[in-house]
Design a protein around this ligand. Structure first.
Ligand code: B12
Ligand code: SF4
Length: 474
């Protein structure tokens, strides 16, 4: 069958320029199952409507799959409507992180025919086979659909995939050059050192139970073998000239022995690459040896998921992190010339103003180079969402109006406007100080620092005045 896999375009701002690993995973298994696959990432399209229309005409799909996060859900539904208006006969399947939501929130949109719940690699192959052969969809685990009576049917949950090594990525499904050359604000920010960078996953899932975090890959961790991971890195370096890798596992360092093995293999093979861990690792799984190996293998930047400066909130959100260890670990990483970014969140249920101020205080006092303060958002499929719904008695929230800049999901003890003010104050207090400049000097070589100094004002100019409507922003 011809299967078109799509990431929706956002109106104004969207994701950073990042290869869509979810679509690539789904496309790879379908390709190996003998289907013809096309990945269409409208986030990097200069003219998404035109590209969608011409792809539907030229590729002539039998099925379309759309992958969405919650923040982009509304754009996914909008694209489903466009596709149905042009090709009413083509079934549309939704997948991705947002599809941990209850089926009624996805399938109430009549343009969507089916959804794949959670990890999709095995499910999609069986689902496409069922569509092709006319088998009943209730024979496929891990899906939801509307039956002829209009009822929502959810089939039994799919067992999580334990052996990830066979899930090889078929990179020829993606035009990597388009990602390397696509212009966006990321080109100016010092979020990468080499424009030929790519995200890579070495494991799936995480056994911790933080209340705000997803469970797409179950609350357990599944690993790829270190050799397979480093073979892939070497393949990408040699075949596509990739020079930088962003490891986007949930908790790369949880198994320190394995993390060291991966770093050792990169050092032994003298791969000469840059590495970052941009989406956060845990601060409590480090020792001196791991930090040394990381620095030698090319790690120059990583993010730590800290979230709160209040130990009470740490416990409420089940992060299970002792904040007392943070100053030492940030110092050790900094001494190894690894720049540290901190992730913080404001607005957890029951959180008080004093506790939010503790978070801001902690962020400012740690020797971080950069930090991000986001408002808590109860994503579907998280324990936090259940708490939020119970507190607000709002059983029908589809989160389709999700936004980074509104405090509409605020379940804390402070008023909405105060929460937004606290976030602005956090950014002001963190960034407008000589300490940040001093910190950058400690970790960043002069040439990278120059790029940061020149690049950041350029990025703001790009973001505020020059960016084309659809240019992805971070
Ligand atoms: C890398 C990453 C990013 C990157 C790139 C995102 C991108 N371009 O795709 C960056 C750093 C930019 C990012 C940003 C954000 N992210 Co993020 N990110 C991740 C991370 C760590 C890895 C994503 C990944 O590639 N995984 C590997 C692939 C294989 O997994 P996958 O995409 O889930 O795909 C599987 C299934 O979902 C499914 N599937 C996926 N697509 C499709 C499509 C079809 C048709 C089908 C059938 C199935 C299917 O099958 C796949 C294989 O099993 C995940 C956590 C995680 N471990 O997955 C969070 C995650 C996706 N991010 C999340 C969030 C909340 C965000 C932000 C909103 C955070 C914020 N407050 O700013 C922003 C949004 C940015 C924006 N401007 O819109 C949440 C999403 C939750 C949700 N319900 O939407 C996650 C799950 C993290 C979490 N802790 O909960 N993120
Ligand atoms: S926030 Fe981090 S540690 Fe907590 S469950 Fe998610 S990935 Fe694991």
């Amino acid at each position: 069958m011809n299967v078109l896999l799509l990431r929706p375009a956002a109106e104004n701002k969207s994701m950073a320029r990042v290869v869509p690993l979810g679509l690539l995973a789904i496309g790879s298994v379908l390709k190996r199952a003998g289907h013809r696959v096309k990945i269409l990432d409208l986030r990097i399209s200069e003219n998404p409507d035109f590209e969608l229309k011409s792809t539907l005409a030229e590729f002539d799909p039998d099925v379309v799959g759309i992958g969405i996060m919650t923040v982009e859900a509304r754009y996914g539904f909008a694209d489903a409507a466009k596709i149905k208006s042009m090709r009413p006969d083509v079934p549309i399947i939704m997948g991705g992180p947002h599809c941990k939501h209850e089926p009624r929130f996805i399938l109430k949109d009549h343009n969507v025919d089916m959804m794949v719940v959670g990890e999709g690699d095995d499910t999609i192959v069986e689902l496409i086979d069922a569509i092709e052969t006319g088998k009943n969809l209730d024979t496929v685990a891990g899906v939801a659909y509307r039956n002829e009576e209009g009822e929502y049917i959810t089939t039994p949950a799919r067992t999580i995939i334990r052996d990830l090594d066979p899930l090889v990525q078929e990179y020829d499904l993606i035009d990597l050059e388009r990602y390397f050359n696509f212009k966006c604000s990321m080109d100016f920010f010092p979020t990468y050192r080499h424009k030929r960078f790519i995200p890579i996953v070495t494991s799936r899932g995480c056994p911790f139970k933080c209340t705000y975090c997803h469970d797409i890959f179950a609350k357990s961790i599944q690993y790829r073998s270190p050799e397979v991971v480093v073979d892939e890195i070497q393949f990408l370096r040699d075949t596509y000239g990739v020079r930088e890798f962003h490891i986007v596992d949930d908790t790369f360092n949880l198994n320190m022995k394995r993390a060291k093995k991966i770093m050792d293999l990169i050092i032994e093979r003298d791969l000469n690459i840059h590495i970052t861990m941009p989406n956060g690792v845990r601060a409590d799984f480090f020792d001196k040896d791991l930090i040394d190996k990381m620095a030698r293998a090319g790690v120059y930047r990583m993010a730590l998921g800290v979230e709160s400066g209040s130990q009470r909130i740490q416990d409420v959100i089940k992060k299970d992190l002792d904040i007392g260890i943070l100053p030492k670990i940030v110092e050790e990483l900094t001494s190894a010339k690894i720049s540290v970014h901190g992730f913080f969140m404001l607005g957890f249920p029951t959180e008080t103003r004093i506790e939010m101020e503790q978070t801001i205080e902690l962020a400012c006092n740690l020797n971080l180079t950069t930090a991000n303060f986001s408002l808590v958002q109860p994503n579907p499929g998280t324990e936090l969402r259940e708490t939020f719904i119970a507190e607000r008695e709002k059983g029908d929230d589809g989160f389709s109006d999700y936004s980074f800049d509104k405090a509409e999901c605020n379940a804390s003890k402070v008023a909405d406007h105060e929460l937004l003010e606290l976030r602005s104050e956090a950014n002001r207090r963190f960034y407008f100080t000589g300490k940040r400049f001093h910190q950058a000097l400690r970790v960043v070589e002069l040439k990278w620092l120059m790029r940061l100094l020149v690049g950041t004002p350029m990025a703001l100019l790009w973001k505020n005045a020059l960016a084309p409507n659809n240019a992805p922003m971070q």
